[in-house]
Design a protein around this ligand. Structure first.
Ligand SMILES: Cc1cc2nc3c(=O)[nH]c(=O)nc-3n(C[C@H](O)[C@H](O)[C@H](O)COP(=O)(O)O)c2cc1C
Length: 159
C-alpha cells in the first residue's frame, strides 16, 4: 500500500479508539483533527435545537475552526478519514479539515462510528470540499474491532 495517514475527529472517544487500531493495522501515521474550541457535553446535545452541534449541522455551510493545520497530508497518498456520524452524515468540521489542505490526486477512505446509522450520504457532503480527490466509502467501525480484522480489511482495499 502507498503511504497512509489516519486522520480523525472524535468528540467523545469512540472514533479515536477505532482510529488508533486502524493506524496500527494500516501501519499509518495518526493525526487527530481538533476543534479550536472543544465540544462540551452541552454542545453535543442533539435533543437541544440550540446546542452548538445542532446549530452547526443545521447549516451545512458552517465551518468550525481547527486548532491546527499540522496533518502530514502532503506526505501521504491515502488518507483514512474518520468521524462520528452526526445527523446521518459527517460533522462539518470534516469539511473544514478537507478545505484546509490540498487533497488533489489522493484517495480518501471514509470510516465512522455511530449509534447505528451508516455512512449514508457522508461522501456526497464532502466531495466539494476536496476537489480532485477520490473519496470512497470505507466502513463503519462502531464497537470493538481487532487489529487483525482491520488489517484484513485494509489489505482487501487494494490501495
Ligand atoms: C450531535 C450528534 C448527532 C448524532 N447523530 C447520530 C446519527 O444521526 N446516527 C447515529 O447512529 N448516531 C448519531 N450520533 C451518535 C454518534 O455518532 C456516536 O455516539 C459516535 O460513536 C460518537 O463518536 P465519538 O465518540 O468519536 O465522538 C450523534 C451524536 C451526536 C453528538
Amino acid at each position: 500500500m502507498k503511504k497512509a495517514l489516519v486522520a480523525y475527529f472524535s468528540a467523545s472517544g469512540n472514533t479515536a479508539k477505532a482510529a488508533k487500531t486502524l493506524a496500527k493495522a494500516a501501519e499509518a501515521a495518526l493525526y487527530e483533527i481538533k476543534p479550536a474550541v472543544p465540544y462540551t457535553r452541552a454542545d453535543l446535545n442533539w435533543m437541544d435545537k440550540t446546542s452548538r452541534s445542532s446549530v452547526e449541522m443545521a447549516d451545512r455551510q458552517s465551518r468550525p475552526a481547527l486548532a491546527d493545520t499540522d496533518a502530514p497530508v502532503a506526505d501521504c497518498d491515502v488518507i483514512f478519514l474518520g468521524f462520528p456520524i452526526w445527523w446521518y452524515v459527517a460533522p462539518t468540521i470534516i469539511n473544514t479539515f478537507l478545505e484546509s489542505y490540498d487533497f488533489s490526486g489522493k484517495t480518501i477512505v471514509l470510516f465512522a462510528t455511530s449509534g447505528g446509522s451508516g455512512l449514508g450520504q457522508s461522501a456526497d457532503g464532502l466531495r466539494s470540499s476536496a476537489p480532485g480527490a477520490r473519496i470512497v466509502d470505507g466502513r463503519m467501525m462502531s464497537g470493538h474491532l481487532s487489529e487483525a480484522n482491520l488489517k484484513n480489511w485494509v489489505d482487501g482495499l487494494d490501495l
